[in-house]
Design a protein around this ligand. Structure first.
Ligand SMILES: Nc1ncnc2c1ncn2[C@@H]1O[C@H](COP(=O)(O)OP(=O)(O)OP(=O)(O)O)[C@@H](O)[C@H]1O
Length: 365
C-alpha cells in the first residue's frame, strides 16, 4: 500500500530523517516508537506531505506522491491524520466537525453527512454529544470526535501522531480502546506512540526509529522481548525501567514519588498499584537509611507485564547479608509492612554489594 524509499528530511542544517525505508501493507497496524526527537512525527507528517520531504520517494499503490502534479488535497483524503492536540474546529459542534469535510470536500449532501456522522459518533461512544461544542467535551471525548471526524472522510489509512500524549491519564484508556477497535476492524493504521504496552498489544509490526532511520523493525514480540540491535535493547530497557542513584540519606522523596507515578501511568497501572509502590519504596528506603555505614543505593523499578508484576530492585553498599534482616533498625512495623506488600523478596550478594529484589502484584485491587 505505502512504500517509502530513501526518505530524508532536513530542517535547515538539521537532518532529522536521513534514509527511511519502509513498507506498510493494507490492514497492518504499525506502531512507531523511539526516543524523543528522532523524527517519528516528522516521518508521519512527511507521509501525508504536511512536511515536504527533502528527498526520496513515497509510493502509494505504486504512485509517487512526490512527483509533480500530485493533488495534495486528494492524497490527504486517502490518509487521515489524528493529532496530539485534536485540531477540532472550536465553533462547530461535534457533529458539525464530522460533516464539514464530507460536505465541502467530497460533495456529500448535509443530510447524508449528518446521518453518517451520527453513526460514527455512536461508534466512538459519543452519540449523545453530537450537539456539544469542543469546549464542552473532555480531552478524551475531543480525541474520540477527532478520530470519528477522520473516519468521516473514509481514509484508506489513518496516521496517529501521539494521540494520547495531551490527555489526562484517566482518559488515555478510552482513546486507546477506540484505536484498538479500528485495528480489530482491519483498518490500516500507523501510530506514533509512547504507550509501549498498547503498541505491543495492538501492532502487527513495530518500527523503532533512531538516528534518522527505522533502526529496527519487526513484530512486537521481537522488538519488545528480543530486540536484535543494541540501541533498541537500550531503549526498551529504559522505558521498562526507572533508575535512580541515591547517595545521600536526605534525598528528595517527593521527586522520586512523582517519577514513580509517571512510570505507573505510562504503563496504565491502577492508581492503587502506584500507591503501593510508593509505600513500599518509602518503607524500604527508610529501613536502609537506618542501617549504619555508607548510604549508596541504586534503585530500579521494572514492570514485568507478562507476570503483572512490579519489581523494586535495590543495589546497596554494605556488609554481606540481607539488609532487611539486619538489626540496626527497630522499625518492626515498617519491616512487617514491607513483607506484607510484597509477593516475593529475594536477596543476593554480588561483589561488594547486596542486591534486593522486592516484587509486588501490579494489578491487585
Ligand atoms: N518545523 C520544524 N522546524 C524545525 N525543526 C523541526 C520542525 N519539526 C521538527 N523539528 C525538529 O526535528 C526533530 C524531530 O522532531 P519530531 O517531532 O519528528 O521527533 P519525535 O521523534 O516525534 O519526538 P517526540 O517523541 O518528542 O515527539 C526535533 O529535533 C525537532 O525539534
Amino acid at each position: 500500500m505505502i512504500r517509502v524509499e530513501h526518505l530524508s528530511k532536513h530542517f535547515g542544517p538539521v537532518a532529522v530523517l536521513t534514509d527511511v525505508n519502509a513498507h506498510i501493507r493494507q490492514g497492518e497496524v504499525i506502531s512507531i516508537i523511539g526516543p524523543s526527537g528522532t523524527g517519528k512525527s516528522t516521518f508521519l507528517r512527511c507521509l501525508n506531505l504536511l512536511d515536504q520531504p527533502s528527498s526520496g520517494r513515497i509510493l502509494i499503490d505504486g504512485q509517487d506522491i512526490l512527483a509533480a502534479g500530485v493533488k495534495v488535497a486528494q492524497l490527504r483524503q486517502r490518509m487521515g491524520m489524528v493529532f496530539q492536540s485534536f485540531n477540532l474546529f472550536p465553533h462547530l459542534t461535534a457533529l458539525g466537525n464530522l460533516c464539514i469535510g464530507p460536505v465541502q470536500l467530497r460533495g456529500h449532501s448535509r443530510v447524508q453527512a449528518a446521518a453518517r456522522g451520527l453513526e460514527l459518533l455512536k461508534m466512538v461512544g459519543l452519540a449523545e454529544k453530537a450537539h456539544s461544542l469542543p469546549h464542552e467535551l473532555s480531552g478524551g471525548q475531543k480525541q474520540r470526535v477527532a478520530i470519528a471526524r477522520c473516519l468521516s472522510m473514509e481514509p484508506e489509512i489513518i496516521l496517529f501522531d501521539e494521540p494520547t500524549s495531551a490527555l489526562d491519564p484517566t482518559m488515555v484508556g478510552e482513546v486507546l480502546a477506540v484505536i484498538r477497535r479500528l485495528a480489530r476492524d482491519g483498518m490500516t493504521l500507523a501510530i506514533v506512540t509512547h504507550e509501549m504496552d498498547f503498541a505491543r498489544q495492538v501492532s502487527s509490526r513495530v518500527f523503532y526509529m533512531d538516528q534518522g532511520i527505522i533502526y529496527e523493525e519487526g513484530p512486537p514480540q521481537q522488538i519488545f522481548e528480543a530486540p536484535q540491535q543494541q540501541r533498541t535493547r537500550d531503549f526498551i530497557r529504559r522505558v521498562r525501567c526507572l533508575e535512580f542513584r541515591l547517595k545521600e540519606r536526605d534525598f528528595d522523596l517527593y521527586a522520586l514519588f512523582g517519577q514513580l507515578d509517571q512510570f505507573c501511568e505510562k504503563h496504565l497501572l491502577p492508581k492503587a498499584s502506584a500507591l503501593r509502590l510508593q509505600l513500599l519504596t518509602e518503607e524500604v528506603l527508610e529501613w536502609l537509611k537506618q542501617q549504619a555505614g555508607v548510604f549508596d543505593v541504586a534503585l530500579t523499578v521494572a514492570f514485568h507485564e507478562q507476570d503483572a508484576l512490579l519489581e523494586l530492585r535495590l543495589d546497596c553498599a554494605g556488609p554481606p547479608g540481607n539488609p532487611l534482616e539486619q538489626a540496626d533498625s527497630q522499625d518492626d512495623i515498617g519491616l512487617a509492612l514491607i513483607r506484607n506488600l510484597c509477593r516475593q523478596i529475594d536477596w543476593q550478594r554480588q561483589g561488594e554489594r547486596n542486591l534486593l529484589s522486592l516484587q509486588l502484584d501490579s494489578r491487585a485491587p
